[in-house]
Ligand binder design. Structure first.
Ligand SMILES: CC(C)(COP(=O)(O)OP(=O)(O)OC[C@H]1O[C@@H](n2cnc3c(N)ncnc32)[C@H](O)[C@@H]1OP(=O)(O)O)[C@@H](O)C(=O)NCCC(=O)NCCS
Length: 361
């Protein structure tokens, strides 16, 4: 906590607490490795699990003031990629507007750059409560202005299955998928080769496929799409604890992460069939009211965005625009904060203080 002698700033409108210190406190920004669960209150539930322990593809930088964890920047850099993704950044409410978030972001970017990233990106949805602060923080750090980059569609699977099954032109194909099959994701060596081949094409540039996927896949709802037995695509899903449906956050929800189909077989309703297959399984296993969430990108799948707006939007509970901002990482970031960004044993679970302030996002 800040010393009592520090001057206090007046409280802002719901943002800056009354006991806000006027001068920036001494802070350190350790790169978190090993078990860093103490920092999990400073990120979303679904990625909080990545802190125990921190996997290789995750870049986690903590913020420590007075030996207490008070913030976290968390993101990913997949092997072989030069673009990293900032997934969350948060500072405890009492410590905001002191320049700590900006320094935390700098430290995170420095670590990402040190690991080989040359660009970073952040996505957020149009209704996220902290978007104003995030947007301003990124702008101040020289990131590009956010632009609409995609859509998130959130719907109840029961309704979607019922309505899609009677779509003209689709119903027949769903009943008889002919040479196509939607199968559990059990990959042979030939399948892995096919995945690698597809991932090396520009079409799949932003994909991770079933091999390099950072998220824990939900086996029941992640499938291989086969044509005459050959792998020609995939639909990958993960369980999510943040279904983005305000009415009931306890409702089971599956987030569809990635959908790919060999371009040669598109436009035949196969991908609609794949979603239909998984949504039907959701109805059977999790119930009609369970939620499906999926993202589609304006940049890489403009046709899918158009299809989503034309056909799925009316069935969905919510359709949200996703905004993206990005920044280039100059090589100089690599030298920055070299002294401050070191792992510290006290930041690992069990070694430090408990009772961290709850994250308000
Ligand atoms: C976003 C967040 C991390 C910023 O942390 P912070 O320590 O307050 O940021 P800083 O003090 O370094 O602010 C740097 C600049 O960002 C901008 N900024 C930060 N918060 C702002 C706000 N609420 N409104 C407007 N601008 C803001 C300002 O330009 C600020 O510079 P200034 O204070 O000199 O004007 C913090 O507000 C937070 O934890 N929010 C809740 C979590 C969240 O929503 N995270 C984003 C999604 S994961």
């Amino acid at each position: 906590m800040p010393p009592a002698t520090q001057r206090r700033l007046p409280a802002g409108p719901g943002e800056v607490p009354a006991d806000h210190p006027a001068t920036p406190p001494r802070a350190s920004f350790p790169v978190l490795r090993g078990n860093a669960g103490l920092f999990s209150p400073f990120t979303f539930g679904r990625v909080g699990g990545w802190l125990e322990p921190v996997p290789d593809h995750v870049i986690a930088v903590g913020l420590i003031v007075g030996a207490r964890p008070v913030g976290l920047a968390l993101g990913t850099l997949l092997p072989g990629r030069s673009q990293c993704e900032l997934l969350s950044i948060a500072v405890a409410p009492a410590m905001r507007r002191l320049g700590l978030g900006g320094r935390l972001l700098d430290a995170w970017q420095a670590e990402a750059s040190g690991r080989g990233a040359t660009e970073c990106r952040a996505n957020y949805n149009e209704t996220m409560p902290g978007r104003g602060a995030l947007k301003a923080l990124l702008a101040r750090a020289g990131w590009t202005a956010p632009r609409a980059s995609g859509l998130v569609v959130i719907g109840r699977v029961g309704k979607m299955v019922e309505e899609v099954s009677v779509w003209p032109g689709i119903a027949g194909r769903l009943a008889a998928p002919r040479s196509y099959a939607f199968e559990p994701l059990e990959l042979t060596a030939a399948d892995v080769e096919a995945v690698e081949r597809y991932l090396s094409t520009p079409e799949a540039a932003d994909m991770s496929g079933p091999i390099r996927q950072a998220e824990q896949l939900a086996d029941d709802f992640s499938i291989a799409i086969r044509r005459d037995g050959r792998l020609v695509g995939w639909l990958l899903a993960t369980e999510t604890r943040r279904p983005l449906v305000e009415t009931n956050t306890e409702v089971p929800a599956i987030r569809y992460l990635e959908a790919y189909l060999d371009p040669a077989y598109r436009h035949a309703g196969i991908m609609v069939g794949a979603y239909y297959h998984c949504y039907s399984r959701q109805v059977a296993r999790l119930g009609r009211e369970s939620v499906a969430v999926y993202y589609t990108s304006h940049d890489s799948r403009p046709r899918m965005v158009a299809l989503t707006l034309r056909r799925f939007a009316s069935l969905a509970e919510r359709v949200e625009t996703i905004f993206s901002a990005s920044a280039r990482l100059p090589a100089t970031f690599r030298q920055q904060l070299a002294g401050e960004c070191r792992a510290h044993p006290a930041h690992q679970r069990g070694a430090g203080p408990r009772g961290v302030a709850e994250l308000e996002i």
